[in-house]
Write a protein that binds this ligand. Structure first.
Ligand SMILES: [Zn+2]
Length: 110
């Protein structure tokens, strides 16, 4: 068995301050409550909604917030995680959504 180093030097981690340019969301995504929720959410919603609209069947890869953290929307309270705050997406649609949001794209409700 080769000896693998247990600790990796990650100098950028300590340089990352909350609410400064990049928002560190690891407190949320590393939390057991989120991980459990996300896992079961994907089981309840196994297909990407965007692909389904196009008639394609793609497995869900991302539990995506409908409202971003910057908009201080719901879905970031670890004690109040509900299906209605999220939508199931595949990686491709998740990426293209992020791009659209950056350009001010907003999905109509309903
Ligand atoms: Zn998709």
């Amino acid at each position: 068995m080769p000896n693998t180093p247990k600790k990796r030097n990650r100098p950028w981690v300590k340089n990352l301050k909350q609410h400064e340019r990049v928002i560190d969301m690891s407190w949320f995504y590393n939390d057991t409550r989120w991980r459990k929720f996300s896992k079961s959410y994907k089981l309840r919603h196994p297909l990407c909604v965007r692909c389904e609209e196009r008639g394609e069947l793609t497995p869900t890869q991302v539990t995506d917030h409908k409202v971003r953290y910057l908009d201080s929307g719901p879905g970031f309270n670890l004690d109040d995680l509900k299906d209605e705050y999220f939508e199931p997406l595949c990686n491709k649609d998740h990426n293209s959504k992020s791009g659209k949001e950056a350009h001010g794209y907003k999905r109509g409700m309903g």
